[in-house]
Design a protein around this ligand. Structure first.
Ligand SMILES: Cc1cc2nc3c(=O)[nH]c(=O)nc-3n(C[C@H](O)[C@H](O)[C@H](O)COP(=O)(O)OP(=O)(O)OC[C@H]3O[C@@H](n4cnc5c(N)ncnc54)[C@H](O)[C@@H]3O)c2cc1C
Length: 321
């Protein structure tokens, strides 16, 4: 019996969410008395694959080939199915990603497995196999029992933090033969925003709201973001008024972020905004109104005028470098 963990890279290195999934899968394997085996798809340098042993993986099955470099969901599903059969996997762990969102149901159907998404904690295996999942954009949790022989779980962002344990994993090539149907859906073009950090992948996000009064004032926020190496976001009205581009709009109807640090500047903290940020590990709120609702969701808060606070924070951040 083994636990299979799927990992993906951002083109040059394995994503942090995948490393966390490996650490999570390793813990599940030790609970069930099995081994943790990784399936990695696409061009990932050998040393990075070996280093997955540092997060507890004993073996890595590496699948390569042109069809797997095109963000092709059906090909990825076929590769994970093949790896699951080879590993004799009973539990398959997937990190949160756009590609995983598109292939997890197909994978589960091919393996006749029960699938639970957005899982936030290690399973309870004391009586069966139960997992806790986040629902209603993080406002509630549901406990779900999976009773199929094979179980597929996808993790919520920031659900589990990997810790390095030491060790190296053995890497083995896995060949997967694809049918025409497996390559019917593929990404033909990817345009990356140049010079900007990807909001969904950033470790730190600095977001601004209507409290900045106008687009001409954004410099104070951009300076702080630059000093911290952060991506920038904004509230919905800010992008609606074209103060900032729409791809920066964070919230229920915008981008959902889960950085280690989210700094909200001049944002009131409406429920629709919170829905997009409540998976952040640490939330810092800067607002001149001590009654602003965002303070209830904050780990740290600064009550003050952002035009006085931000330059001071930026200076302090620069000193830390
Ligand atoms: C269906 C629906 C979906 C929505 N989806 C989203 C969404 O995805 N994301 C989103 O953000 N909103 C969304 N909204 C809008 C949301 O309800 C709020 O209206 C919006 O988040 C408010 O934006 P804001 O906090 O920037 O502005 P405001 O509510 O105007 O708040 C501005 C804040 O800045 C503070 N401030 C003012 N001046 C200063 C200063 N000098 N220094 C420090 N603080 C200052 C004020 O005290 C205030 O708290 C949605 C609404 C609906 C109805």
């Amino acid at each position: 019996m083994s636990v299979l963990i799927y990992v993906e890279s951002n083109g040059s290195e394995i994503k942090k969410s995948s490393m966390d999934a490996v650490a999570y899968g390793t813990q599940v394997a030790s609970k069930l008395g099995g081994s943790a085996i990784v399936v990695a798809i696409g061009n990932i340098p050998q040393e990075q694959l070996t280093a997955l042993g540092n997060f507890g993986a004993s073996k890595v099955l590496h699948v390569t080939g042109d069809a797997f470099n095109q963000n092709a969901p059906l090909a990825s599903a076929a590769a994970v199915v093949e790896a699951a059969k080879k590993a004799g996997a009973k539990v398959i762990v997937l990190p949160k990603s756009t590609l995983v969102d598109s292939f997890a149901p197909k994978l589960a159907s091919q393996l006749k497995a029960g699938v639970v998404t957005n899982v936030t904690e290690l399973p309870d295996t004391s009586a069966g196999f139960q997992v806790k999942r986040s629902i209603f954009t993080g406002k509630a949790f549901a406990t779900v029992s999976i009773n199929t022989d094979i179980k597929v779980i996808t993790l919520a962002k920031n659900a589990y933090q990997g810790t390095e344990t030491g060790g190296t994993a053995a890497v083995e090539a896995l060949s997967v033969s694809l049918t025409d149907a497996d390559t019917k859906v593929k990404t033909t073009n990817v345009e990356k925003m140049s010079g900007e950090l990807l909001l969904t992948e950033a470790e730190i996000v600095v977001s601004g709201g209507r409290g900045l009064k106008g687009p001409e004032n954004w410099g104070v926020l951009l300076d702080l973001a630059k000093a911290l190496g952060a991506a920038t976001g904004c509230s919905k009205p800010v992008s609606d008024m074209d103060w900032r581009p729409h791809h920066e709009h964070v919230g229920q109807t915008g981008v959902k972020v889960a950085p280690n640090l989210y700094i909200a500047v001049g944002i009131s903290g409406a429920i629709q905004h919170l829905a997009g940020v409540n998976s952040s590990k640490c939330i810092v709120v800067i607002n001149k109104d001590p009654e602003a609702p965002f303070f209830k969701a904050a780990d740290y808060g600064i009550v003050g005028d952002l035009f006085e606070v931000l330059p001071k924070l930026t200076e302090a951040a620069k000193l830390l470098k």
